[in-house]
Write a protein of this length. Structure first.
Length: 364
């Protein structure tokens, strides 16, 4: 078999986060989904997802100008050999960022093809599903508004979510959320790397009274794993991190530093299913709980579910608390009583709806 084409498809999806003031990097937030469509000469089509958000234009160019010309005509059946070769050839362009995000989407699509060719779910190819449904936590956007935080957190609980994650940086907002949801609901805080080590230790100590399930990505730079270990020890709080760790090597260093209680690799950022599986195995060997970073709605979330289906004991799935006006794989990631069901069709189990793809595709 031979790869015939690799095509990035950018969707600009309508969405509602419960406020008109949501932004990213000083600009209005865009809900961009960057799909990767891979077709073989035999007509099989696989779908992947590369990390999108505000970086999608660079990732799109990496796919179109660098990666697609390298893989068209290649045999897609030996995923490990192909992806390892691409990683080695492209390492001079950076071990993180748009090139690796693009490779992630390609790898997911190749695994989707492999599952379709074998007529088996991806989880089966990865060793077999230990479970087929998942507890889900609501990952709220940053509101910076106490009453809105309380309202959204309570609404998520009413919809069946088992835990709540904030993206705030004020201790007062954590207090507001805790008061709104009660003492027994797991509450997490993702700060997106705002503090120095000393600031993070002080904040962690101030947060102890609110019984956080974890404090996520509290320091800048995020790759300072020794500093993160200090926050964990001196702040006396459980730490989650990993969305900014970009390879099994990074995660090995993270674990060696005793920096985390929860590892959070992101399948659309680390190199796809292949690299994510290596990280899962490493976390298992090191006895570190793995709860992936997965604020996605498309093939990235589907791939995450299949990977998590192989983990024992089961793990929480992150679910962005955003109301999408349309989602090309919406039926496959629809919550039922606060849980997600693993799609058991071949490959990822669900292809994007072509009508939705056509309607919301950004034309270049």
């Amino acid at each position: 078999m031979t790869i015939k084409s690799v095509t990035p498809i950018i969707l600009d999806l309508p969405f509602d986060v419960g406020t008109t003031q949501s932004s990213f990097a000083g600009r209005p937030r865009q809900m961009a989904m960057l799909l990767i469509r891979v077709e073989t000469e035999s007509g099989l089509v696989g779908w992947g997802e590369a990390f999108g958000y505000a970086v999608w234009p660079a990732t799109q160019m990496a796919i179109e100008k660098i990666i697609a010309p390298m893989v068209v005509g290649q045999d897609e059946t030996n995923i490990k050999s192909l992806m390892d070769d691409l990683q080695r050839q492209l390492h001079l362009l950076g071990r993180t960022g748009p090139v690796v995000y693009a490779l992630s989407g390609l790898d997911i699509a190749l695994w989707d093809i492999a599952g379709k060719k074998a007529n088996q779910p991806l989880a089966t190819l990865l060793g077999g599903a230990k479970h087929t449904d998942f507890s889900v936590y609501a990952s709220l956007v940053r509101y910076n508004d106490g009453p809105l935080i309380a309202r959204q957190a309570k609404a998520a609980l009413d919809q069946g979510f088992s835990a709540i994650k904030l993206h705030e940086i004020d201790v007062a907002h954590v207090a507001t959320a805790r008061n709104a949801i009660g003492d027994h609901v797991p509450l997490m805080m993702d700060t997106n790397c705002p503090w120095s080590t000393e600031e993070a230790i002080s904040k962690a100590q101030s947060l102890q009274k609110y019984n956080l399930h974890w404090l996520e990505e509290p320091i800048y730079p995020p790759e300072d794993f020794l500093a993160l270990a200090r926050v964990r020890k001196e702040g006396r709080v459980k730490i989650a991190a990993g969305e900014n760790a970009m390879s099994p090597t990074d995660f090995r260093a993270l674990f060696d530093a005793n920096a985390v209680d929860f590892a959070q690799p992101s399948v659309t950022k680390v190199g796809g299913v292949s690299e994510m599986k290596r990280i899962i195995d490493l976390a298992g060997d090191r006895k570190v709980k793995l709860i992936p970073h997965s604020p996605y709605f498309g093939p990235g979330l589907l791939a995450t579910m299949h990977l998590c289906a192989t983990i024992e004991p089961d793990t929480l799935i992150e679910y962005s608390y955003v109301k999408l006006g349309a989602n090309p794989v919406g039926e496959a990631v629809r919550l039922k009583n606060g849980r997600l069901q693993l799609p058991l069709g071949a490959g990822l189990g669900f292809d994007p709806d072509p009508d939705i793809v056509s309607r919301y595709q950004l034309k270049s």
